[in-house]
Design a protein around this ligand. Sequence first.
Ligand code: DOR
Ligand code: ZN
Length: 352
Amino acid sequence: MQEEIKSIEIITPDDWHLHLRESPIIESIFPYSFSNYGKAIIMPNLENPIIKFSQAMEYYKKIKSLITSGYKFEPLMTLFLSEETRAIDIYEGAKSGILKAIKFYPEGVTTNSYRGIKDISKMYNLLEKLPDLNIPLLIHGETANSKVDIYDREAYFLEQTVYKLRNKIPELKIVLEHITTKDSVDYILENNINTAATITAHHLILNRNNLFDEGLRPHYFCRPIVKREKHRIAVRKAATSGNSKFFLGTDSAPHFDHNKESSCGCAGIFSAPNALGYIAQIFEEDSALNNLENFISINGAKFYNLSLNSTLSKFTKFKEAIEYPSKIKVGKGLITVFNPGYPLYWKNEILN
Ligand code: DOR
Ligand code: ZN
């Protein structure tokens, strides 16, 4: 029998998909990211989406100003692709070094995506400029067409949109964000080296039964919606395989409880406080701790052509369950922390 691994040291992880929001939420939730990760891709879907480089610069400065001394966290900024996006903003952003990606949301597909794209083929001219700038396109890969069954929207979008885009611009770096299906896993594996995917902690843990377990679970509602068990298993296999095309993007997406526990609840799961611990636990369960560093600390940076973090992080398994806050208070509101329904035993810390 193999000896139980109780602790490992690896390069400090990155989060390749993170929602930090704005004041007053950002002040309360950001410490959970800058104290655990070296870098993160910051999503641009604010209420007023970040379309211009000047907005990205302002947001970057705000984020930097909130980092407590002693932490080296670097926010990697993105622009929200809209029909008004101008090439000059992308050029300026790339030149400044702070812009690291462009995010493509189909119009209306999720939170604050009302200025997203109706027809991506109209944007091909602009997207053709990205490879030379080493700027990847990050795709929320779900159709916004409400006639398509919600469980089929990711596979449908792959067929209708991603195939064509990929064929049109083979050298474009594409990240399919928060993949949830076997279809997406297979697509990534078969496609060229410019194609990768992020995977969340919650999509490795939940299937669609969990969403309706003894009643409706609003804190398990996210976009893309959690899928059938066979899809969860395929995504989990991809993550724990260590394959360089898959890396962690938590999609930690805080919403106030009153907006989630509502007659039309918002999509999003807030997992920044415990995603890394649960990820380590998953890799342990799947006898894949030797691939943890690839998935959370190496693969993403390599795909983006960025340096690996210079610090190490220690992951430790405890005998007793680790406590984490069940909710975070923001003013008079509350934000629920992801709770998969079973205890957490792994904890991580950045070593100096
Ligand atoms: O569940 C989600 N929440 N999925 C997204 O794509 C967006 C995010 C948010 O911003 O709330
Ligand atoms: Zn997201």
